[in-house]
Design a protein. Structure first.
Length: 287
């Protein structure tokens, strides 16, 4: 996180004032009725578990390449070292591979919970993390109903790691690295409107192949990542009890019920770290 001393004290002051006055910071809600966001359709009936998406993602984001493979009964987790992961599940229709990554919610709880708008739902659709605004409170991690954002605890300059749908590539007219490199075309990139239309078409045309549900169409207020499956989604480890309305109001309610010290403390630690680092550099220059 790129936070200098001036930014630290500004964030600390804003946060303290917010809690002292009992006012809420601006949440930056988005219109959940929009369906022209960019998104991804993932069809698990086509995935062969080759991990091309994982390797492409690692290369595109300067992350370590995966060292293990998906195996039935073995659950691989997202971490600060990866932004997507493929798992294999034993289901009522045999082995099925599933890719897990950020869901890019239409109205993200992480965006609403972020005091500094470091988590940001872009007008294009991807939810991105902006390190120059982050104060390290990690409320994005607490608020996410899908348990996606991961914190680099091992790093002296920690980041929040999560899929940003290759936002820099999209901004330049490209497509996400995972979609570009999937040999089975299990990952399709497009507008959410187009993807929902394509998903419904596949279900109607091949009803024996697909379970009649598009995961992400309504869950948590709708998401930018949509899933098709040959089996009920609970067989693939999906959360199937999520509310259909968005989660920002829930996350804000939690955030403002927490004593201010728990929000201020990460910012205090960051400020102390920055001040200590600057003093160390000055002492080193004077030696």
């Amino acid at each position: 996180m790129n936070v200098n001393r001036r930014s630290f004290f500004q964030m600390l002051g804003i946060t303290g004032l917010t809690f002292a006055l009992g006012k809420k910071t601006k949440a930056n809600p988005n219109n959940s009725s929009r369906i022209d966001f960019k998104g991804i359709l993932y069809d698990s009936t086509r995935c062969v578990g080759c991990q091309s998406c994982e390797f492409a993602c690692a290369e595109a984001n300067n992350l370590p390449e995966p060292t293990d493979s998906p195996e039935a009964g073995k659950f691989r987790k997202l971490s600060e070292f990866n932004r997507c992961i493929v798992n294999c599940y034993n289901t009522s229709k045999g082995e099925v591979y599933v890719k897990k990554q950020c869901m890019h919610c239409n109205e993200p709880a992480c965006d609403a919970a972020c005091l500094t708008q470091a988590m940001n739902k872009t007008k294009e659709g991807p939810v991105i993390w902006r390190g120059n605004k982050c104060m390290g409170c990690r409320y994005c991690m607490v608020s996410c109903p899908f348990d996606i954002p991961k914190f680099e605890y091992h790093s002296a300059n920690p980041k929040i790691q999560k899929c940003d749908m290759c936002f820099s590539r999209i901004s330049e007219g490209g497509i996400p690295a995972c979609a570009e490199n999937c040999p089975a075309e299990a990952i399709v990139f497009g507008t959410r409107r187009e993807l929902l239309k394509e998903a419904r078409k596949r279900i109607v045309e091949t009803p024996d192949l697909y379970y009649d549900h598009i995961y992400g169409e309504h869950e948590a207020g709708g998401t930018g990542l949509l899933y098709l499956s040959p089996v009920p989604f609970q067989e693939l480890g999906f959360k199937t009890t999520l509310q259909n309305s968005s989660y920002p109001e829930l996350s804000k309610g939690f955030l403002y019920s927490v004593p201010s010290i728990f929000v201020l403390w990460p910012a205090i630690l960051i400020g102390l770290r920055e001040a200590t680092k600057n003093n160390h550099l000055k002492n080193h220059e004077n030696d």
